[in-house]
Design a protein around this ligand. Structure first.
Ligand code: UDP
Ligand code: MG
Length: 155
C-alpha cells in the first residue's frame, strides 16, 4: 500500500498575475489530491534565504528573490498517496521548455524564474517546507464524501 503524504506547494507571482490560480488548483483537484491547508503568504527576504538556500551562490539568486516578493504567493498543503512525487510529476521539470507536455510548467509557462509553481521535492523537504510556511493549527484533517472513491478505502 502506498504512503499517504503531505506536500507543500507555492503558486508564484506569475500564476497570480496571469490569472492561472484556478487552472493550477483545478489540476490538483482533478487528480484527487486533498487540500488540507491554503493561504496567501507575503514572502520575506529571510524566508526566501531559507527556502532557496541551495541556490544562494547562483548569479540569479537576488533576482529570483525579488521575483518571489513581487506579489503574495498562494501556499497550500496537499495530501494524497505519494503526494510528493505525484505533485512534482504534475508540476514538471524546472525549465518549462524541458518539461514534459501535459505538466503545469510545460503547458502554461516558458521560462525561469517564472515557472508558476514550487513543490517540495523529497520527504525531508516537504516536512521542513510545510513547517516553514504553516502552523500546525492551519493544517486540517477532514473527511470528504469522495475519499473512498479517490483513495479506494472501503469501496
Ligand atoms: N531558477 C531560476 N534559474 C535557474 C534555476 C532555477 O530562476 O537556472 C528558479 C526557478 O523559479 C526554480 C527555482 O529557482 O523553480 C528553484 O530552483 P530549483 O532548482 O529548486 O527548481 P524547482 O525545485 O523549483 O524545480
Ligand atoms: Mg526545488
Amino acid at each position: 500500500m502506498a504512503d499517504k503524504q503531505k506536500t507543500l506547494v507555492l503558486l508564484k507571482p506569475d500564476a497570480l498575475q496571469r490569472d492561472l490560480l484556478g487552472e493550477i488548483v483545478g489540476r490538483f483537484e482533478r487528480k484527487g489530491l486533498k487540500f488540507v491547508a491554503m493561504k496567501f503568504i507575503r514572502l520575506s527576504d529571510e524566508m526566501l534565504d531559507e527556502h532557496y538556500a541551495h541556490l544562494s551562490d547562483k548569479p540569479f539568486f537576488a533576482s529570483l528573490k525579488a521575483f518571489m516578493m513581487q506579489t503574495p504567493v498562494v501556499g497550500m498543503v496537499l495530501e494524497g498517496y505519494d503526494a510528493i512525487s505525484e505533485v512534482r510529476k504534475i508540476v514538471g521539470s524546472t525549465n518549462p521548455r524541458e518539461a514534459d507536455a501535459g505538466t503545469i510548467r510545460a503547458d502554461l509557462s516558458m521560462n525561469v524564474p517564472s515557472n508558476l509553481i514550487h513543490a517540495s521535492d523529497s520527504v525531508e523537504a516537504a516536512d521542513t517546507e510545510i513547517k516553514r510556511f504553516f502552523r500546525e493549527e492551519e493544517i486540517f484533517d477532514y473527511e470528504k464524501i469522495t475519499d473512498r472513491y479517490i483513495f479506494g478505502e472501503g469501496i
